[in-house]
Design a protein around this ligand. Structure first.
Ligand code: ADP
Ligand code: ASP
Ligand code: MG
Length: 402
């Protein structure tokens, strides 16, 4: 008997018919003799709709109440799926976060699962199917928490770890992880196997098919994942450690996101301590600075400093910079119409010329690079938002991924 965690995303449970279809997938697995914990997302679009409701009440809607509100989306699908399984004459039962309980730590909207009581569900698995809402938990104080957008993936991984499940399968609306978003780049190819490292880079850089913190936990505890389709029987993508993965290609995938904003301080004094004075107050309020570029100093010892932050932090950053009297500059520009386009591949380490090839490809398309950042297995550039898909397509082609 194999213990399986099966997670179904928003589109997979987006209508009553789809929930019934999911119930049949689970029935099949259960009839094959497996123990099943099913984790569900809210119906697609529901979480966004609830966020909109909260914004209609207040731009600063209370964070505790927001988590109570958002967790309701998964509660609905959890009960509907358990009901659909009962209709199939299976023994099934739903549990809510506080009933298990799923313990979390950290801020509202951004909590992390740290533990849960497994005994009740483990007992039940001997005779039936457990259905659990993704994306949520409960704090030490007993408040409902949510664990970040796309967080049902992280719930699935946490369950796989704490219940010692043999498999953790992520059912979604595409049949695996592709070399780029298959809904935007039709020539993208499905990847059969991918390492945690590469998947982590791809998801942190915009491939939302897996939530990045879920991949991080899976990597930390060596939990193999499989991403597969709810709607077809095609083989999915296996995510595991690097062993047995072919790195003959330098680049495995191209990801993009529109989550960043670029700031340039023009005419900053070029002397020691200036950069520290700019970034210290940002660090204090945990604004994460991603890329930094400093131009060569002019004769008058003035320079320009460009950096990128998360777009959501732009207003806060503007205020902090404008109130910072430790720094002097001639002008400041903000640009939130930018995109980050990245190539990711463990094979990059051993292939010379990848950087040149990427820059040349963008130059051929007359796409201007506004900032650059690199790590061993990724190379990201910031470009004008309007050029995003052109850049992704070009890079996809020149790195032989089409
Ligand atoms: P779910 O609701 O099942 O969690 P998501 O919408 O979070 O599904 O993730 C699936 C979506 O991720 C796909 O529909 C696809 O558009 C997008 N996506 C982005 N990059 C990739 C990629 N490299 N491979 C596959 N899907 C991707
Ligand atoms: N419903 C949540 C969201 O839309 C969590 C999830 O779907 O994974 O972000
Ligand atoms: Mg998702």
């Amino acid at each position: 008997m194999i213990k399986k965690v099966l997670k179904f995303g928003g589109t997979s449970v987006g209508t009553i018919e789809r929930i019934q279809h999911v119930a049949n997938i689970i029935k099949n697995e259960y009839d094959n003799g497996n123990q099943i914990i099913a984790i569900v997302s809210a119906m697609s679009g529901k979480t966004n709709e609830l966020i909109k409701f909260s914004k209609n009440i207040s731009a600063n809607f209370d964070k505790r109440e927001l988590d109570v509100l958002l967790s309701s989306g998964e509660q609905v699908t959890c009960a509907l799926l358990a009901g659909a399984l009962l209709e199939l004459k299976l023994n099934a039962k739903s549990w809510l976060n506080w009933q298990i309980p799923i313990l979390t730590e950290g801020d509202h909207s951004n909590a992390r699962i740290i533990n849960m009581n497994v005994s009740q569900i483990n007992d039940f698995l001997k005779k039936g199917i457990a259905v659990v809402p993704g994306f949520q938990g409960i704090s030490e104080r007993g408040d409902i928490t949510t664990i970040g957008r796309g967080g049902s993936d992280a719930t699935a991984v946490a369950f796989a770890k704490l219940f010692d499940a043999e498999t953790c399968e992520i059912y979604t609306d595409v049949d695996g992880v592709y070399s780029s978003d298959p809904n935007k780049i039709p020539v993208a190819k499905k990847i059969d196997k991918i390492s945690y490292d590469e998947m982590l880079e791809l998801s942190s850089l915009g491939a939302k098919v897996m939530q990045s913190s879920a991949v991080q936990t899976a990597m930390m505890y060596n939990i193999p994942l499989e991403v597969k389709s709810t709607f077809t029987n095609r083989k999915g993508t296996k995510i595991f450690d690097q062993h047995g993965i072919d790195y003959s290609k330098s680049v495995t995938g191209v990801a993009y996101s529109k989550d960043d904003a670029k700031i340039t301080l023009i005419g900053v004094e070029d002397k020691p301590g200036v950069a520290a004075n700019i970034f210290e107050p940002l660090e204090k309020v945990q604004i994460n600075v991603d890329m930094v570029i400093q131009n060569i100093s002019s004769i008058e010892k003035k320079t320009d400093i460009t950096f990128t932050i998360k777009r959501d932090d732009l207003e806060k950053t503007k205020k902090i910079l404008e109130e910072n009297n430790k720094i002097k500059y001639q002008d400041i520009t903000y640009n939130d119409k930018v995109a980050k386009v990245s190539i990711v591949g463990a094979g990059m380490v051993s292939t010379p010329g990848v950087t040149y090839k990427m820059f040349k490809g963008l130059a051929d398309k007359k796409i201007n690079i506004l900032a650059i950042s690199t790590s061993e297995i990724k190379l990201s550039v910031i470009i004008d938002e309007n050029n995003t898909l052109d850049a992704v397509k070009k890079l996809h082609t020149i790195f032989d991924l089409d």
